[in-house]
Structures are given as C-alpha cells and as structure tokens.
Design a protein around this ligand. Structure first.
Ligand code: NAD
Ligand code: UDP
Length: 329
C-alpha cells in the first residue's frame, strides 16, 4: 500500500512510518513541523531502510490536501496530525478545532472523492471521560473534559457518519492509552517543545538534570499507593497496532483500544525507571492536577481478537528505551 501518514514526523507517527516501511508499504508523510523536526524524516528512512516522500504542509488547509491527493496515488490514510496539549486546548479552543477537526473533514472528503478506501484515525482514551474501568470500546462515551477531548470525539463522529454514508469506506478509530518509550536505536522518540506536560518526558529530563525534580500530582487517589494509575504502552507496540489496523480494514467503522490492559502508578513508573536505568529521580508530592482521573486502563481484548495484535513490550523496556533516547539527544 501507498500510505499517506499525516503528522508522520511526530512522536507516534515516526515510529509508525518505520513499522510501515519494515512491513513493505510505501509512505507519503504530510507534516507542517509545528511539533517535530525535519531531520526525523531522514532518521525514519535510515531505520526503515527506504526513502519516503515528504510533503511539508498543513493538512487543515484545503489546497494542500487537494494537491496531496491529486499528486499521489494513495491507498490508505493514517491521520496523526493534530495538536495534543490539554491545557493549551483550553486556552486556544478554536486553534484546536481548526487543526484537529477541520483536517479530519478535509482528509475524509478527499478520500471519498479519490476512492481511497482506508482511513485510520488517532483517537484517545480521553473520549471515555469518567467511566468504569477497564474501558471497553462499546461503552457509552462521556462528555470530554477539554476542547482537546472534544476534537477527538468530533472527529470520531465525523468519520463514523461518513463511513455509514459511503459504501466501501473503511474507518478504524484507534483509542490510544499512554504511549511512552522510544525506538530501541535511540534515533526517534518523544522530545516535546518546552517543559513537558506528560510524565515520561518529564522523568527523562529530571534524570538528565535538565529539570530539578518531578512533581507527583496527587498521592491521595483511591489507588494502591495513592498516585494516579495509567495504562502505559510502548510506542513501538502502538506503531505495530496501526499496521494491523490497516491490514484488517473493512467497510464501516471499527473501534479498538490500543493499550497494554494493565494499570501502573506514577510511583511504580518512577521505581522502574530508577531500577532499570540506575538513575535516581528526585520527586515531591504536589496537589492533584485539575481534570486528572484517578485510574484508567484498557480492555484491549478486542484488538487481540480481531486484529491479532497485543502489546508485547513491558514497562522495563519502555523506561529503558525512553532513557536511551534522552541520552542520545
Ligand atoms: P506529535 O505532536 O509528536 O505529532 C503530531 C505531528 O503532527 C507533529 O509532527 C506535528 O508537526 C504535526 N502536525 C500538527 N498539526 C498539523 C497540521 N495541521 N498539518 C500537518 N501536520 C501537523 O504528537 P503524537 O504524540 O505523535 O500524537 C499523534 C496523534 O495521536 C495526535 O493526533 C494525538 O492527539 C494523538 N494521541 C496522542 C497521545 C499521546 O499521548 N501522545 C495519546 C492519544 C492520542
Ligand atoms: N503526572 C505527574 N507529574 C507530571 C506529569 C504527570 O504526576 O509531571 C501524572 C498525572 O497526574 C497522571 C500520570 O502522571 O496520573 C500520567 O500523566 P500524563 O500527563 O503523562 O498522561 P495523561 O494520562 O494525563 O494523559
């Protein structure tokens, strides 16, 4: 397949491009580098052993999307491009709707116009809102707690309704849990701009001495050690989930949780990082972060049953590879 990967230079997109190349697919990356670097594309080519086509541009721009589809024979789309900071989305909701939802509308419309039958979308566990755990795909979704979450829910609906109206159009909604880690080569990984919001890149920067200490947000949650529990998944496992989704695409809309299926607390992740990497992470407890849920994790059995996919790499591998990438920066 010739796969259009929007946001292919980003954290999850870059690992997925490598996995696509390794699986024998061709790749067209469309990225505006608003949150990534051009040299990541060369690294993808090095790791994947083949070249990719790069189109620098904004996939929320109608002309860019039209030209992408006119100039390339595309068989499937994986739509990663988007903005992903929850607090930023609260401050700039329209920027988030434009980037994340308008891009989805334009790309879906171009697929229908050009007869492109496969569309894989980067959704998030945030669409479950506050729900019982583990999260299951058939649960009723709750109103998201941020504009970011609303853009994911809106994109899911737009794609589902489009698939219902267009025979042959195969939409796969992938709800990611918490991707961490990096490619074992240390060449690609998560390197957010500014001070990280997310736990793992914050930990690696503390380990490196770039930040003084970790703030653990909340130690009075109803969890075994009082700290927040999440379902961490190695980014390479997540990348492989996209190949499985593309290869099993069928008309209509399919929805899959991509998670490991088990919960890990903040302190457990810190402990694993220290033990595996032999580095101390100074931390202090701080108040709960507004909007954070105590604990959630995936029921990932549908992906295993229908896609033959499950997460293979454990927490030790995740923290090892995250640290290897940070030391390589
Ligand atoms: P990222 O910021 O590393 O990657 C996104 C990429 O898209 C970047 O390369 C950025 O430059 C590009 N981009 C953004 N807007 C664009 C536009 N309008 N046109 C072209 N390129 C654009 O983020 P990521 O962690 O790789 O996330 C990828 C997708 O997965 C996002 O849609 C995100 O919302 C979703 N997601 C991420 C997580 C997570 O924890 N990382 C969890 C759930 C869902
Ligand atoms: N967290 C923390 N300190 C940080 C960043 C995150 O204690 O500097 C906690 C957060 O409260 C949550 C978990 O780590 O329990 C994962 O947070 P992250 O932002 O990585 O992902 P989220 O699940 O919130 O999308």
């Amino acid at each position: 397949m010739n796969v259009l990967v929007t946001g292919g230079a980003g954290y999850i997109g870059s690992h997925t491009c490598v996995a696509l190349l390794e699986a024998g697919h061709s790749v067209v990356i469309a990225d505006n580098f608003s949150n990534s670097r051009r040299d990541t594309v060369e690294r993808i080519e090095r790791l994947g052993g083949r070249s990719v086509k790069l189109v620098e541009g904004d996939v929320a721009d109608e002309r860019t999307v039209r030209e992408l589809f006119e100039q390339n024979a595309i068989d499937g789309v994986i739509h990663f491009a988007g903005l992903k900071s929850v607090p930023e989305s609260v401050a700039q909701p329209l920027r988030y709707y434009r980037n994340n939802v308008f891009s989805t509308v334009l790309l879906a419309a171009a697929c229908i116009e050009h007869g492109v039958g496969k569309f894989v979308f980067s959704s998030s566990a945030t669409v479950y809102g506050s729900n019982d755990v583990p999260y299951r795909e058939e649960m009723e979704l709750r109103t998201p707690t941020s504009p970011y979450g609303s853009t994911k829910l809106a994109s899911e609906r737009i794609l589902t309704e489009t698939a219902a109206s267009a025979p042959g159009f195969a939409v796969t909604l992938l709800r990611y849990f918490n991707p961490i880690g990096a490619h074992p080569s240390g060449l690609i990984g998560d390197d957010p701009n500014g001070v990280p919001n997310n736990l793992m890149p914050y930990i690696t920067r503390v380990a490196r001495g770039k930040l003084e200490k970790l703030k653990v947000y909340g130690n009075d949650y109803p969890t075994p050690d009082g700290t927040g529990v999440r379902d961490y998944i190695h980014v390479c496992d997540l990348a492989e989930g996209h190949i499985a989704a593309l290869e099993h695409a069928r008309p209509g809309t399919q929805v899959y949780n991509l998670g490991s299926g088990s919960g890990v607390s903040v302190l457990e992740l810190v402990e694993a990082f220290e033990r595996v990497n032999g580095v101390k992470i100074p931390y202090e407890f701080a108040p709960r972060r507004p909007g954070d849920l105590p604990a959630y994790y995936a029921d990932a059995s549908r992906a295993e049953r229908e896609l033959g996919w499950s997460a293979k790499r454990g927490v030790d591998e995740m923290v090892r590879d995250a640290w290897n990438f940070e030391r390589n920066l």
